[in-house]
Design a protein around this ligand. Sequence first.
Ligand code: SIN
Length: 483
Amino acid sequence: MVSSKACLVKSQGVINGKWIEAKDGKTFAVTNPSNGEILGHVPEMSVAETKEAIEAAAQTFKTWGKTTAKYRHDLMKKWYDLIIANNDDLGTIITLENGKSLAMGKGENEYGASFIEWFAEEAVRTYGEVIPSPLPNSRSVVIKQPVGVVAALTPWNFPSAMITRKLGPALAAGCTVVLKPPPETPFSALALVELANRAGIPDGVINIVTTLENVREVAAELCENKIVKKITFTGSTNVAKQLYKLAAGTMKKVSFEAGGNAPFIVFDDADLDEAVAVAVLCKFRTSGQTCVCANRIYVHQSIYAEFAARLAEKVSAFKVGDGLDSQTTHGPLIHERAIKKVEQHVQDAVKLGASVLVGGSRLDGPGHFFQPTVLADVPTNALLNDEETFGPVAGLIQFQTEEEVIALANNSDVGLAGYFFSRDVKRVWRVAEALEVGMVGANSMAISQVYVPFGGVKESGLGREGSHGIQEYLNTKLIAFGV
Ligand code: SIN
């Protein structure tokens, strides 16, 4: 699959440092979404292997959880260096299993590596506190301790970065992990563990259970098993809610980065060049398959026609194709289900009165391709406004007043990211504070960086990743000393 001297392509799960098959020998196929070809097979693991992985993580936690932060920092730095040194191969694996262009695959790998570097450096800064006591014969000290075994469930849209975003803080805090990667993109996860082994991260710190058919049972075991102390998940709001219910029985800590439905607002005083350029990136990154992609594009009526024409021109220039082709700007969608949803959103909007400025249809196979699409005059009751499309469709909606557009933007059960463009400094503050989201891009889309807190409000999830996200993997303990 890749041209490395020391191949990073692994086709087995990992328990306690051993590459293993499923007990019954079953496997499932992983396909390239650009052409439908089978890339390889990985084990179809079940509850039995999941219990073993949890047990291995628990045994290893007894030692890993007591290592010094400096020791973990040093190992993670080595891991980071290896991830960067293998950028070409890891980027190629991402492109092969996810479909995004090779430039995007390599970019994702670097983004993913940044979580390992950052949290290596956070490991040594998990400070406690000394609190002045009101009692003369007492001293109050607060320490931070790792929560224990963490179960991580990750999505296919960032096969690598959504793993390192969770494993970085978990390992830095002193936790051990059972990772269930998505069935569509397990090879990135397995390659990362191969490099963790080479970096010297001990056996049992990262365990991987691969599964497709048994995913419900495996997820239930991870959420219900008493040994697991924390669930961290990136994916849909519906699945997050199910995991939340399952984890409640043992009162686990949880972090959920769930669905979004990002509004993107262009006010009449916006810098139009900048707004169009950012809309293109923000809507069509990974062919529209990110939780923070612009999903509803509101444009002030006075600049609507100009904005629509400029956006349509840029989108018409995209080159859709196999991510390994150097001409490709935008790859396929992940699978047929994704195409069907995009098709449904486009057809629904058109039926309700929207018009197609660019694209609008699926492309013939092989591969799961949909034309990058711009729709004008999408009615506010269209599906596209209600749900995340998770595909390459920019739906434009006209608005007249700030009050009206804020109400439209906030009319959603989810609140992950929101973006707007305006040059009026007072409006910038007003709108940034009014949007009901966890992350606002004000004349910007720079929200996806390790340095800043990533996460949502409302039904977009719980907790924050990146930045101070190591706190999600630590317990706070008070020690009251009598003196
Ligand atoms: C996501 O789609 O879940 C994450 C996107 C990002 O990190 O920018």
